[in-house]
Write a protein that binds this ligand. Structure first.
Ligand SMILES: *Cc1c(COP(=O)(O)O)cnc(C)c1O
Length: 374
């Protein structure tokens, strides 16, 4: 949701919340444990408030975010289930975690001490999930150092020991060795806690690829992100049966014009007509998250056929070549991402062309592209 939503535009991301709900229900049933739905980055572009409310209604245990602002949006919308802030943070953010009742990943003495002090002052409890670095090389304490930090959390009177967790770095790759090494380290951390008689309520390790592939890593909660939106993380993997894509990026043709042979198109003339060509304009540019490079990589669907975006994508619009035999006119629907008739433009393929992944593609559909809910 954004301040732009009220303005009319001829491009939009259509989001099917019924399918979102259905995807969550299928995941819940298949994993048979608690589910945290990750709604960071505006719910992977699909709209954090609408997706958050739908997830809460579907009975998930928690929502996962990356920033305090995201958590605030969810709280302002009336969402009451726990919210977990899942990334590294500055200590200056801690006060908001306590104010807004946000669970957070913690792994250092400074974090726990700050949390304890601020919670005491506020007359509240801070909610820490001990983060173990089992291989990612990002946030977290190493498995062999869990005892010391667990003692600090245990002794912090105003900090609740809510969870223990870690994150996979290769759960989507064919070679599973390092996944099992990570599970082993996580188990070692759990053993340490058990020996100390600490049993936090939430034990969670799996992201989307892991929850699909490794039953043994589900513990008592999974964190599901990209697949909840019906997006694959790899083209050769299968989601659970019945799960579907919830987002389709659409636009309308706003101009159709015939250009003579040898006419340049767009800035720096990176494309020139080779004969008389029918050129359409769609009102989508790089400021909407539709990238300019590599040149010539973009394709869209029009009347169920793939047509090429030609010339440089501009800030707010881009041009397509309409096949000579196609009767295309202004207001015809164009699909930038998703299906039309028998063809489908997959976010993974777009990611490949742009030299990135589909997470990046979705997360960067900009705020000025309205989200329309079905
Ligand atoms: C983003 C994130 C997830 C979700 O990852 P997906 O691959 O989209 O399922 C899970 N856990 C953490 C810690 C994350 O940051």
């Amino acid at each position: 949701m954004s301040e732009y939503d009220d303005y009319l535009r001829n491009t939009w991301l259509e989001v099917d919340l019924n399918k979102f709900q259905q995807n969550i229900e299928i995941i819940k049933e298949k994993v048979n444990t608690r589910v945290l739905v990750v709604v960071k980055a505006n719910a992977y572009g699909h709209g954090i408030v609408e997706c958050g409310l739908t997830a809460e209604k579907t009975g998930v245990a928690m929502l996962g975010v990356a920033t305090v602002g995201e958590a605030s949006l969810l709280r302002k919308a009336g969402i009451q289930i726990p919210i977990l802030r899942m990334t590294a943070f500055g200590l200056n953010e801690m006060e908001s975690f306590i104010e807004e009742d946000i669970h957070f990943f913690a792994w250092t003495k400074e974090q726990i001490e700050t949390a304890n002090e601020l919670a005491k002052k506020a007359g509240k409890k801070a909610k820490a999930h001990l983060k173990i670095d089992t291989g990612m090389g990002r946030a977290g304490v190493f498995a062999e150092d869990v005892g010391a930090i667990a003692t600090i959390i245990q002794n912090a009177k105003y900090v609740d020991f809510e969870g223990i967790c870690s994150h996979f770095h290769t759960a989507d790759m064919p070679d599973t060795d390092s996944v099992f090494r990570q599970i082993e380290k996580f188990e070692r951390a759990l053993d340490t806690l058990k020996a100390m008689d600490i049993e936090p309520p939430y034990i969670h390790l799996s992201n989307s690829p892991a929850l699909l592939r490794f039953k043994e890593a589900r513990y008592n909660m999974v964190r599901t992100g990209v697949i909840t939106y019906g997006q694959y993380y790899e083209s050769d993997t299968e989601l659970f049966e019945g799960m579907e894509t919830i987002g389709t990026w659409k636009a309308k043709l706003v101009s159709v014009k015939t250009l003579p042979k040898d006419h340049g198109i767009s800035y720096s003339v990176k494309y020139r007509t080779s004969k008389e060509e029918k050129i359409g304009i769609i009102p989508v540019g790089y400021a909407d998250g539709y990238r300019r490079r590599p040149l010539g990589a973009n394709e869209v669907l029009l009347h169920g056929r793939r047509v090429s975006v030609v010339g440089s994508v501009c800030m707010d619009q881009c041009m397509i070549v309409i096949p000579g035999d196609m009767d295309a006119k202004i207001d015809d629907e164009v699909i930038l991402m998703g299906g039309q008739e028998d063809d489908y433009i997959d976010s993974l393929d777009i990611g490949d062309k742009w030299g990135t992944n589909n997470y990046d593609v979705f997360a960067n559909i900009s705020a000025r592209v309205p989200r329309i809910y079905k």
